[in-house]
Design a binder for this molecule. Structure first.
Ligand code: PLP
Length: 371
């Protein structure tokens, strides 16, 4: 079967013959952590240059068969997404602005020389998977089902060119609260020698290779007691860009916010975009502009800047307690309080968990199944 853009498609379904037992699943859901456990099924869709996207299917979760010469293993032609499904009080399950993830996935694909997955197929994939693995969601506060769509070049070929055979998958992983004892503030390492992305590069694409390059700086951060890295711009090493997998905001004493303006070296986070819209609806001013590290230093010193926070789907939002490097340490006074940051976080999660009914069209219903 060949799917043309926008067509609705029939997924074939092969259910797992050895699904996780109720007892085992309950045990996992009591303490899921992040990215450690996976549901019973996954989505797979194939693409070839000759046939386009075809054979959409739900299959039991399990290992992939990859030829050792698969392009992805050598030239990192791989992209991914990250979004969450939430169970609301009535048992229904919803995704948060998944259209934005579908659109970003298409942009990432274009940059990596991969084929565009039609938006409808992206949305149907997560709906199908959540439908069949709905038991993996619960109404425990701050829990969700993390969805990881990804696309890899699985053509066996060692020549260097865009693949003519590609596969798309979605896997799902139950996620517990990022912070076990309530949201706390986090020390962040400012990388002096490494940048994450540069002008004309792949920074705006959610591709595997960007993450590979961020891991050595992350090791350095960990050695220095920091959980994450803040990267500065590659050209000057002076302006805030983002964390390895989260965007960053500055809060001023007048309640206004600033965040680095999007560019081809910054990933356009769905959380970033949503925080901007929530803050503006709140009557706050939000500037998207260049923010110098020096400006942050002086702002913290003279009290103009009162909070810094990072945000992204996995951790939602956390206040930053200190920016550290080998040569400086800028503390955020009273970072635990982070009133503005935490109120924005609350508003966002109220929408995601259905506590705020007036959420426009941000939530997309995936299933009304009760379990
Ligand atoms: C995924 C990601 C983010 C956050 O995006 P969200 O859509 O908010 O989850 C930020 N920066 C990078 C580099 C990312 O990969």
């Amino acid at each position: 079967m060949t799917l043309t853009h926008g067509s609705s498609s029939e997924f074939s379904i092969e259910t797992s013959t050895r699904p996780t037992s109720d007892v085992e699943r309950q045990k996992i859901l009591a303490k899921p952590g992040f990215g450690k456990h996976f549901t019973d099924h996954m989505v797979a869709i194939d693409w070839t240059l000759a046939n386009g996207w075809h054979a959409p299917r739900i299959i039991p979760y399990g290992p992939l068969m990859l030829d050792p010469a698969s392009l992805v293993l050598h030239y990192a032609q791989a992209i991914f997404e990250g979004l969450k499904a939430y169970q609301h009080a009535d048992g229904s399950i919803w995704a948060f602005r998944p259209e934005l993830n579908a659109a970003r996935f298409a942009k990432s694909a274009e940059r990596l020389g991969l084929p565009e997955l039609p938006k409808e197929l992206f949305l149907q994939s997560i709906q199908q998977l959540v439908g069949i693995d709905a038991k993996w969601l619960s109404q425990t506060p701050e829990t969700s089902l993390y969805l990881r769509p990804f696309m890899i070049a699985d053509e066996s070929f060692l020549g260097v060119r865009g693949a003519e055979k590609v596969a798309f998958y979605v896997i799902a992983s139950p996620a517990g609260p990022y912070f076990e004892n309530g949201v706390s503030s986090i020390p962040i390492w400012v990388s002096a020698h490494h940048s994450r992305a540069s002008k004309g590069g792949t920074g705006y694409a959610k591709c595997a290779g960007n993450y590979a390059g961020s891991l050595a700086p992350l090791q350095e951060a960990r050695k220095n007691g920091c959980a994450q890295v803040l990267f500065l711009d590659a050209q000057h090493g002076q302006f805030l860009e983002e964390l390895g997998g989260m965007n960053v905001f500055v809060v001023y004493k007048d309640g206004s916010l600033a965040t680095p303006a999007l560019s081809d070296s910054i990933l356009a986070g769905v959380t970033r975009q949503s925080i901007i819209e929530i803050a503006k609806a709140d009557g706050r001013r939000v500037d998207e502009r260049q923010i110098g590290l020096e400006e942050v230093r002086t702002g913290l010193a003279n009290g103009d800047i009162t909070e810094l926070f990072a945000c992204g789907t996995a951790a939602v939002l956390f206040p930053i307690s200190v920016l550290k490097s080998h040569s400086f340490s800028y503390s955020i006074p009273n970072a635990e309080a982070a009133k503005v940051s935490l109120s924005l976080r609350q508003k966002l999660t109220d929408i995601q968990y259905g506590r705020e009914k007036n959420s426009g069209n941000w939530m997309r219903k995936l299933t009304s199944v009760h379990n």
